[in-house]
Design a protein around this ligand. Structure first.
Ligand SMILES: C[S@@+](CC[C@H](N)C(=O)[O-])C[C@H]1O[C@@H](n2cnc3c(N)ncnc32)[C@H](O)[C@@H]1O
Length: 270
């Protein structure tokens, strides 16, 4: 185990990393300044309705800074695996500089893995936040640096609980992704995604192809389902039962967000 860090040292390391996706409590009053604020996370945890994780094995696909990996450990999981590669390969300081140059010249965003100055799958600059939180929290999670879509999923084995939060819309082949998810799920997969709202009478299983370089300033956004679309694709992928635990709001999100999108949560059981 490495030397414990005092408050000042923790804060300095947090500040040096700069870009954080998750707000993670590192103790001594130090909380990482995540794009997902503590209030957002509080609300998200309520909507996810995470299953009991004590004494269970948990796989966190797309772990990024590790909020949900550490959450599973704190909830008493017997084994936790954190898996990611994409965000971990990005140098976020260089990515921010690149994006502002691009915006200045009016060009459409390109995916970070196509920009050599930003993409570093060997040095893993985007994993520094995860590594710091892992160290400070004395995490014992197993860490897998790999692409969930191309890796050998048999090597992963199966898990009681699989977290697939905010990942599916980043994947070009969602049905293949859900089949792979089903293969590693022994109990339940918690799937969280951006979703399209349709009014009651129009609700049906649909997936919208998103030309996201235009709409989200993020060309790694591919497909956005309706809640029913996600549920239907889980069925097709071989899950035995699915439950929408956070579905469409009663009123169109257009009214509040100027977008027809909201966040859906589906529990898919094996
Ligand atoms: C929107 S973030 C969600 C992070 C976290 N799960 C959460 O909900 O706060 C999407 C994550 O999925 C990861 N990801 C995207 N494609 C992936 C892939 N093919 N294999 C593994 N992780 C992937 C990204 O690196 C990123 O960390």
């Amino acid at each position: 185990m490495s030397e414990p860090l005092d408050r000042v040292a923790k804060q300095q390391l947090v500040d040096e990393i700069g870009t954080w996706h998750h707000s993670i409590n590192l103790g001594d009053g130090v909380v990482t300044p995540g794009g997902k604020t503590p209030a957002h996370i509080h609300d998200e945890l309520r909507r996810l309705r995470l299953p009991e994780m004590a004494h269970k094995s948990v796989l966190d696909i797309g772990a990024w800074d590790g909020l949900y990996t550490f959450h599973a450990e704190a909830a008493g999981a017997s084994r936790v695996v954190a898996l990611d590669h994409y965000a971990w390969s990005i140098d976020f300081q260089k990515a921010t500089a690149y994006r502002s140059r691009e915006r200045g010249s009016g060009q459409l965003s390109r995916a970070f893995h196509t920009i050599p100055e930003v993409w570093d799958p060997i040095g893993l600059p985007g994993k520094r936040g995860f590594d710091l939180a892992y160290r400070v929290r004395n995490s014992r999670a197993e860490v897998v640096v790999d692409d969930f879509m191309t890796m050998d999923v048999e090597r992963l084995g199966t898990f009681d609980v699989v977290l697939f939060l905010g990942v599916i819309y980043h994947l070009e082949e969602p049905l293949r992704a859900l089949r792979r998810l089903q293969a590693v799920t022994g109990g339940v997969a918690v799937i969280e995604s951006e979703a399209i709202w349709l009014s009651g009478r129009l609700r049906r299983p649909l997936w919208q192809f998103v030309n996201a370089a235009h709409t989200h300033d993020d060309p790694t956004f591919w497909w956005i389902p309706t809640a029913e679309g996600l549920q239907a694709m889980c069925d097709a992928a071989g899950f035995s039962r699915t439950e929408i635990v956070a579905g469409p709001p009663k009123r169109s999100p257009l009214w509040r967000r100027r977008s027809p999108h909201y966040r859906v949560v589906v529990h898919a059981f094996c």
